[in-house]
Design a protein around this ligand. Structure first.
Ligand code: PHE
Length: 428
């Protein structure tokens, strides 16, 4: 696992993509696409029909499957990821993620008299520059790898964090903003990790008059304001909880912190934040000012607030899930409708040098989709000849129904075949 503080934002325990520094990870932010649906109409009617099927629009930008999924070694976006583009769960007011987003909006509107601009429809297809360079992610950071990020081509990715929009929003003149969106990361599989999840980014710029009067230096002033703001937000969402601040690292903030709350007898990481690196302000039209930024993972918080046990449920269209939530009702506890039994299947193989767990997980998701609950390494050894064997246990379980033996055996055979052919490992 990976990224900037990792990505499952900082929210998913210690897997922050961006945190570990030396681990050698009219707004039109979409790139223009060359192949428009209209031009394919004049060329080939059959193609046109196909592209209508797989065309969607995000933030006013038309996206077709061919724009995102390509049979080309510089592209690692599978169809199941393309199918999530444009779903925008965070924009559904009756969905736990939309309810949570609105509750955070409410906190900012009340405490900052509507000063924060809210953006939740920015296109998730961004340039490498937006996703990494603009927020000072080092060239050799693990989050830039094909193993961790979905690349459309060598210069274009599916954003792996909402920080990808900081620089352009600053350049467009925004000084107080909240950006909510779907973010994409290649990752392992378990009940808290899914390759698409949702983040909210907060950003606030201060002008010199604001800190000069305080007697503090700009950085201390900004850090103090940030902490006060986020402690208030945590209380707004979780009530009167115990909190603590933990120092951390992000390439785009300094100092950087994580906020943890004591919830159900455990310290839970709630968000990552910090005082924005001056370089980002200098480059984007705010050289005399200071700023703070934070990023939080909506799924992680919603799982706790609504008692949602598995991250796949957020994508469920089952009425037994969707009917349990209503607009404005934060923290209504989810009642599981029934728990269907998991089925475990093991797969062992000799790995090669290019093998990674993320690649394996991508193959398993490609075959089993949301029927896979967990992929876990259960055995790992190297023999005298220096060959390394891994054994993974795959848990298959539907959130909605019982699976038949035949169905699972069929999935497992497909997984074996693809693991062998695509990952070029030797099954034992
Ligand atoms: N982008 C960071 C992540 O995804 C979160 C973050 C945002 C941290 C803004 C600090 C400031 O892990």
């Amino acid at each position: 696992m990976m990224m900037i503080s990792s990505m499952h934002t900082t929210l998913f325990v210690g897997t922050s993509l961006f945190r570990h520094t030396n681990s050698l990870r009219t707004l039109k932010f979409c790139l223009p696409f060359s192949s428009s649906a209209a031009s394919s109409l004049s060329i080939d009617k059959k193609k046109w029909r196909q592209s209508v099927f797989s065309a969607l629009e995000v933030g006013g930008v038309k996206i077709t499957r061919q724009d995102v999924v390509r049979d080309d070694p510089t592209n690692n976006v599978p169809d199941n990821i393309f199918s999530k583009l444009g779903m925008q769960l965070h924009r559904r007011n009756q969905h736990p993620l939309g309810i949570l987003k609105n509750a955070i909006y409410e906190y900012f509107d009340t405490n900052y008299s509507n000063k924060f601009n809210k953006l939740d429809d920015l296109c998730p297809i961004v340039s490498l520059k937006q996703n990494f360079d603009d927020v000072l992610v080092p060239e050799d950071h693990v989050s830039r790898s094909y193993n961790d990020t979905y690349y459309i081509d060598p210069q274009t990715v599916l954003r792996c964090h909402t920080s990808a929009h900081q620089a352009e929003l600053l350049r467009s003149g925004y000084t107080h903003f909240l950006v909510t969106g779907d973010v994409y990361r290649r990752d392992s599989i378990d009940s808290t990790h899914y390759p698409v999840f949702h983040q909210m980014e907060g950003f606030r710029v201060f002008v010199p008059e604001e800190w000069e009067a305080s007697g503090m230096d700009a950085t201390s002033f900004s850090a103090a304001d940030l902490k006060k703001c986020l402690e208030g937000l945590a209380r707004h969402l979780f009530g009167d909880v115990e909190m603590r601040w933990v120092d951390t690292y992000f390439p785009f903030t300094n100092p950087s912190f994580e906020l943890e709350i004591y919830f159900k007898e455990k310290w839970l990481e709630v968000l990552g934040c910090g005082v924005t690196e001056q370089e980002i302000l200098n480059r984007n039209g705010q050289p005399n000012n200071v700023a703070w930024a934070f990023g939080l993972g909506l799924e992680r918080l919603a799982m706790v607030l609504f008692d949602i046990p598995d991250i796949r449920l957020f994508w469920s269209n089952d009425e037994r899930f969707t009917s349990q939530f209503s607009k404005g009702q934060l923290g209504v506890k989810f009642k599981p409708y029934s728990k269907y039994p998991p089925c475990y299947k093991d797969i062992s193989f000799w790995i090669n040098e290019s093998f990674t767990e993320n690649n394996l997980c991508e193959v398993v998701r490609g075959v089993a989709g949301d029927l896979v609950e967990e992929v876990q390494l259960i055995d790992n050894f190297t023999n005298k000849k220096g060959m390394t064997s891994h054994c993974y246990r795959i848990a298959y379980r539907s959130m909605e129904r019982s699976l038949t033996d035949d169905e699972i055996n069929d999935l497992q055979w497909k997984v074996r075949e693809l693991v062998q052919n695509k990952l070029e490992v030797v099954i034992r």
